[in-house]
Design a protein. Structure first.
Length: 128
């Protein structure tokens, strides 16, 4: 878990540089600067308001990001299944072909798994 409250406390004391705080916390100076910038933007300072714990600070400084609004084209799944049955064809080779369509490797793997689950087809073998 992040040690944001401890970072704020050390910064508030005014005795330590960001580099020294980073050494004490076990984080990089860049991380310390990022955390302090986030606290400044959020209007937080030490001591924290009553009832605010580490989880509340964390939620305030690191809100969930919105999903991407960009719709990437999906591969033609029947073709993927057909290609995977061919000797020497691997999922990675197919991904390299579809990469031009901006589908990431992890996305292709997870989408293929979802697609397989929905179609209740056997998972294609990974030929090498």
């Amino acid at each position: 878990m992040r040690k944001i409250i401890e970072i704020l406390r050390l910064q508030h004391e005014g005795l330590y540089s960001r580099r020294a705080i980073a050494r004490m916390i076990g984080a990089s100076p860049t991380t310390i600067s990022d955390y302090l910038s986030r606290t400044k933007l959020a209007g937080l300072s030490y001591p924290l308001p009553d009832g605010m714990d580490e989880a509340a600070v964390d939620a305030l400084l690191f809100p969930p990001t919105a999903p991407s609004k960009v719709r990437r084209p999906e591969p033609d799944w029947p073709v993927i299944h057909q290609e995977m049955r061919r000797k020497g064809v691997t999922l990675e080779l197919l991904w390299q072909e579809y990469r031009l369509q901006t589908v990431s490797w992890k996305s292709l793997q997870s989408i293929l798994k979802l697609n397989l689950d929905q179609q209740s087809l056997p998972e294609p073998s990974r030929n090498r």
